[in-house]
Design a protein around this ligand. Structure first.
Ligand SMILES: Cc1ncc(COP(=O)(O)O)c(C=O)c1O
Length: 395
């Protein structure tokens, strides 16, 4: 008999016990729904609380200079995360806003087409479908291995293709998109390459320059472990002048503090896509969360969460479950989805009763880990669910 050994645990470059002390949720839950919403680390809550405290005093003790400087200085932290320049970062509330801003501002003509996978989360589909009234065609490509592949893009692109858009990690299958290959394809043909980073940025190292990404949008609440309602948009500086900003507000323009000048000259950086007052509390939380992730090291987080996914995949297969997620380590992420016999909601409830939190998506159970999860927590899934065919049912 050939013994199948679990993959060797990578040596963790950070202390798991110390990190877990940052997350109050671990005392009560094996929390495995980070693709839905991440719990806040204590230091993230504290950063937001101190911004709230400053707010309670109208920032008078902070001083107006510091108040104004914070959103500007914060751009450098995001830039470091994705290997961009601070002036390529704009603040937005969420992924959908960022992607809509790009879709509406691109110089697309009737008859141009946009390529997107037909399993993409709707945040990255509706903004493009909404261009239909301008005669832009959206080509919904079949998934290949769990997401958008280069082969699918090659097969569906033609001379009128202008945009390739994809999530870096697919929300349901967890498919890790080959951004390098797609980016190179787009670069060679001068296509716009748009990426939704919400399921990857806090899990997997990102280099927008290396992947030739033109636009990247995200919210903070999932892989970035930040608060809901805060996100950012990256705009490659070489593409800025090709976009016609669809909105304009007081802070979109140069010399914006000359309130009554009404000089509609857009700022020379990505911030021209911002319109009005920022969310200081949300920004404080997102920046603190990104700092924490940078300290842990994105390569370390990636290695650890993929290790946990590998363990779970083996465990699930041993227990007779059918995986939706790709087994190939090249396409693996922190998300693992699988089918259960019978109603997935019943399995979800059993896990929940055992204080294991996962998610049900599209009829599958979706498990999504993060930097602080343990092998023991991952093992709880099959401990609670037991073998798939226990009642003579097949998955
Ligand atoms: C791939 C992907 N994009 C976007 C979102 C959410 O978009 P938004 O930040 O606009 O709420 C989700 C949420 O599940 C997602 O999985």
């Amino acid at each position: 008999m050939i013994l199948s050994l679990p993959p060797a645990a990578p040596t963790l470059a950070y202390g798991l016990a110390r990190l877990r002390a940052e997350f109050p949720i671990v005392a009560e839950w094996a929390y495995l729904n980070h693709a839905g919403i991440s719990p806040l680390a204590r230091r993230v809550s504290a950063a937001m609380q101190s911004m709230l405290d400053a707010s309670a005093w109208a920032f008078v003790d902070w001083g107006m200079e510091r108040f104004r400087a914070f959103p500007e200085e914060a751009r450098a932290t995001v830039a470091r995360l994705i290997h961009a320049a601070p002036n390529e970062i704009a603040w937005v509330q969420n992924t959908s806003i960022g992607l809509n801003l790009i879709a509406q501002s691109l110089p697309l003509q009737p008859g141009d087409n946009v390529l997107v996978c037909n399993m993409e989360f709707p945040s990255n589909v509706y903004p493009w479908l909404n261009l239909g009234r301008r005669g832009v065609e959206v080509r919904l490509l079949p998934p290949d291995g769990g997401g958008l592949s280069l082969a699918a893009v090659e097969a569906h692109a033609d001379t009128r293709t202008r945009v390739v858009t994809t999530s870096a990690v697919q929300f349901l299958t967890g498919y890790r998109t080959d951004l390098a290959a797609l980016g190179e394809f787009c670069r060679a043909r001068n296509l716009y390459f748009v990426v939704d980073g919400i399921q990857s940025l806090g899990h997997i190292p990102m280099d927008v320059r290396a992947y030739h990404i033109d636009f990247l949008a995200t919210g903070a609440l999932k892989s970035l472990m930040g608060p809901p309602g805060q996100g950012f948009l990256y705009i490659r500086r070489e593409r800025l002048e090709e976009l016609q900003p669809v909105f304009a507000g007081p802070i979109s323009v140069v010399d914006w503090e000359k309130w009554l000048d009404y000089n509609l000259t857009f700022r020379p950086e990505a911030a021209r896509f911002e319109q009005g007052t920022y969310n200081w509390v949300g920004l404080a939380g997102m920046i603190e969360a990104i700092q924490m992730l940078l300290e842990l090291g994105l390569e370390n987080i990636d290695r650890w969460t993929c290790h946990l996914s590998g363990l779970l995949m083996e465990d699930l297969e041993r227990h007779g479950y059918r995986l939706l997620s790709n087994r190939d380590p090249r396409y693996r992420s922190a998300i693992v989805s699988f089918a259960v016999p019978g109603a997935p909601e019943a399995a979800f409830e059993r896990l929940k009763a055992a204080r294991v939190m996962v998610a049900v998506r599209e009829g599958y159970l979706r498990v999504s880990s993060h930097c602080y999860n343990t092998e023991e927590e991952i093992a709880r899934i099959c401990e609670v669910l037991g073998p798939a065919r226990r009642k003579g049912m097949s998955s």
